[in-house]
Write a protein that binds this ligand. Structure first.
Ligand code: NAP
Length: 311
């Protein structure tokens, strides 16, 4: 079993940034990259909010650049999926589907994936009308009509954010009661261009051909009597929750009530000394490429301190 000072699990913005910092500190990190390198940015389309790119940068292109930068400064990467992390004793043991490693320190940067509705049209128009991130894509719908699906805090915050950019925001929720905090619900009620459509779900997302021309309308269905209606919108934001990729860590590292890795005081330390978390896997709040990169940097710096003091 190969031994490493540092193994980084995950190849999104957090993982590659941690790798850049750790490699430049001489730790020769190994990135276990999953089966597809790049994380959520692979479905991001154009990215206009990552600093340093005057013109929009393509999501996959941005990740390819981060990877190339990490490899150039001395990180190594392997395509494998981690299935188990044994933290009972040091060095930690990391089991992949194909290979196994031991490591003095581990950074978990496995991310979180947006939940999708699974309705016709949703996958077809991802990146050209269908999104799971208003902060990322809202600006593309400036002065247009959009819908937000969901009734939680994320849906509420996305609707409020979009109400400043778009002419109309249609909030579609399968029940009449939102689970979002009361303060957000009150703000929504006071915002004139947010229209609440309770007791409805999206049956299908319709759009133009070719698909990069965007969407035209949603077909909504009533959860009460099954009747359908059409809602014209230029974009739809699906905000029905995220699933952090924490399956191999359940029972080993403390998770919060939503399954995200619990970190100490907003930082990157986990309940296990020597195991750090970075990016969306530990961050239900910001979920941005730039914050993930920031957490990756923090985790790599903490690893350096920890290896110096504890190993
Ligand atoms: P969430 O609280 O789990 O809410 C998901 C919403 O989507 C629910 O309203 C749910 O409906 C709906 N939904 C789920 N599956 C659906 C489906 N297949 N079709 C239609 N609707 C569906 O998720 P979240 O809003 O992303 O929040 C996740 C966690 O992060 C929460 O603990 C939240 O408080 C926290 N958060 C906090 C903040 C903040 O503090 N400002 C901001 C964002 C998120 P039902 O209500 O009917 O189940």
């Amino acid at each position: 079993m190969e031994h490493r000072k540092l193994v980084i699990i995950g190849s999104g913005a957090a993982g590659w940034t941690a790798a850049i910092y750790a490699a430049r500190a001489g730790l020769k990190p190994l990135v276990i990259a999953g089966m597809q390198r790049g994380g959520q940015m692979l479905i991001a389309g154009e990215v206009e909010n990552f600093p340093g790119f005057e013109d929009a940068v393509d999501g996959p292109d941005l990740m390819a650049r981060m990877e190339a930068q990490a490899l150039r400064v001395g990180a190594e990467a392997t395509d494998d999926i981690v299935v188990d992390l044994d933290v009972a004793a040091r060095p930690f043991k990391i089991a992949g589907e194909f290979d196994s490693w031991t490591a003095d320190a581990v950074i978990i940067a496995t991310g979180a994936t947006a939940r999708w509705l699974g309705v016709p049209g949703e996958e077809d128009y991802q990146g050209s009308g269908v999104s799971a991130c208003a902060t990322c894509d809202g600006f593309f719908f400036k002065d247009q009509k959009v819908a937000v699906v969901g009734g939680g805090n994320t849906a509420a915050e996305e609707a409020l954010y979009l109400s400043n950019i778009c002419t109309e925001v249609h909030l579609i929720h399968r029940r009449n009661d939102m689970r979002a905090e009361r303060i957000l619900q009150d703000r929504i009620a006071r915002t004139k261009n947010i229209h609440f459509h309770g007791e409805r779900t999206v049956k299908e997302i319709h759009g133009r051909m070719p698909r990069n021309e965007g969407i035209t309308h949603l077909e909504l269905v009533s959860t009460v009597d099954g009747s359908t209606e059409s809602l014209e919108v230029d974009g739809v934001f699906v905000a029905i929750g995220h699933d952090p990729a924490t399956k191999p860590f359940v029972g080993k590292i403390d998770l919060d009530s939503n399954g995200y890795i619990a970190t100490r005081e907003g930082g990157v330390a986990t309940s296990v000394p020597g195991v750090f978390a970075a990016g969306d896997v530990a961050d239900p709040r910001y979920r941005q490429a730039v914050t993930a990169a920031g957490f990756g940097c923090m985790a790599a710096l903490e690893v350096q301190h920890w290896l110096r003091d504890a190993v």
